[in-house]
Design a protein around this ligand. Structure first.
Ligand code: NDP
Ligand code: PYC
Length: 345
């Protein structure tokens, strides 16, 4: 009889979504945000944790807290929304977080997308430290198509270059479909998200080949060598590099935000949140020619499954969400204890 593999489960406690949001909200408030900002960030971070996006879930909380303590970001910033054209909204996030800036402009953005067929939201002077899909998925539940991108901090070597310049620069997309959850993808344009490199370093794990280079520019699978003077590579060579360049152009140059290489946080020890920009494009597919868009996207999914596809982008996230709704969100006991310390409870 062969021995069954030993599965070691991390001891954890299961929290209901509302419990996790309340705990995180408390932490944000206690560390200097307004009630509005605390509510938006707690929801963003709890959704990432619930959906299994651990690199942007509660793992990020100490980084938020140290950034707020460093004075690098304004946790009470009041975003300034400017209605600049029939399909264009600008927001100055006033050195605050990007998600509350989106929340402040959202109703106007949707109104414009529905009347003009398409609308752009250009957020600048903003900090984004979270997963990007929570910014786009809600539009798809309203029958709209949404595309967003945000640039981050210099840590990615452009394809063919010698030194890092780009950020990890994610792109997220969401579209409605007739039968089922929206189609959603959310991906860093680097071979791996910086957060996942930090998690691997913490666990003492090696990375797959092709993710990054050490301080001498040599390929390495050691996450610490990447974090300590090394850099990441774009995904897919010159193709991911081109997309990352596009993100710098649209999330920074077009919005009026900083490029990933333009800010200097060295006078703010503990600062972790990139001070950049974010672009969101929302399209009303009701204006398009032909059949109902949601029926067409459903047909595409049907055809993809028909050729053998088992897993769509977004499927893991939605399955994880359904499981968390049943069982609660598992938080490792040591992580939960740290969160409770940060909450002062
Ligand atoms: P992943 O590589 O884990 O996933 C990227 C996308 O591919 C997801 O939509 C995922 O779907 C899908 N996917 C993964 N594996 C498969 C598969 N086998 N078949 C089909 N689809 C698949 O994400 P990243 O590591 O690139 O990014 C992680 C997070 O980091 C993102 O949420 C991103 O927004 C965030 N990030 C944030 C930054 C910021 O500045 N704020 C910077 C960089 C990253 P599924 O979700 O279902 O797994
Ligand atoms: O994981 O690459 C990352 C990241 C950068 C900023 C926030 N997340």
């Amino acid at each position: 009889m062969s021995a069954s593999p030993l599965v070691v489960e991390t001891p954890s406690e299961h929290l209901a979504y509302a419990q996790l949001v309340a705990l995180l909200e408390h932490i944000f408030l206690r560390h200097g945000t307004s009630a509005e900002v605390a509510a938006v960030l707690a929801d963003n971070c709890a959704s990432a944790e619930r959906d299994g996006a651990h690199s942007h879930g509660v793992f990020r909380i100490p980084g938020y807290v140290s950034t707020l303590a460093s004075g690098w970001v304004d946790g009470k910033a009041l975003p300034i929304v400017e209605d600049v054209a029939s399909g264009f909204v600008r927001v100055d996030a006033a050195n605050g977080f990007a998600q509350p800036a989106l929340a402040a402009a959202r109703a106007l953005l949707v109104e414009k997308a529905r009347s003009a067929g398409i609308a752009v939201l250009a957020i600048r002077n903003s900090h984004h430290f979270g997963a990007l899909w929570p910014d786009v998925e809600p539009f798809a539940y309203e029958g709209l198509v949404a595309l967003s991108m945000v640039n981050s901090m210099t840590c990615v070597v452009p394809h063919g270059a010698d030194r890092p310049l780009f950020g990890t620069n994610p792109i997220a997309f969401a579209a409605p479909r007739a039968d089922g959850d929206p189609i959603v993808f959310d991906l860093a344009t680097s071979a791996i998200a910086h957060g996942d490199v930090q998690i691997a370093a913490r666990k003492g794990e090696r990375l797959p080949a092709g993710m990054g280079v050490d301080s001498l520019g040599q390929p390495t699978q050691d996450p610490k060598a990447i974090l300590e003077g090394g850099a990441l590579l774009p995904f897919g060579g010159h193709k991911g590099s081109a997309l990352s360049m596009m993100v710098e152009l649209l999330a920074a140059a077009l919005t009026g935000g900083n490029f990933s290489f333009e800010f200097d946080w060295s006078n703010h020890p503990g600062a972790k949140t990139p001070w950049t920009g974010q672009l969101i494009i929302v399209i009303d597919p009701g204006k398009a020619a032909g059949q109902n868009f949601a029926e067409r996207s459903q047909e595409l999914v049907r055809q993809m499954h028909g050729v053998g596809l088992k897993r769509l982008p977004g499927d893991r996230r939605h399955a994880q969400r359904a499981k968390a709704q049943e069982d609660g969100i598992a938080i490792a006991l040591d992580e939960l204890a740290n969160l409770r310390v940060l909450a002062g409870s």
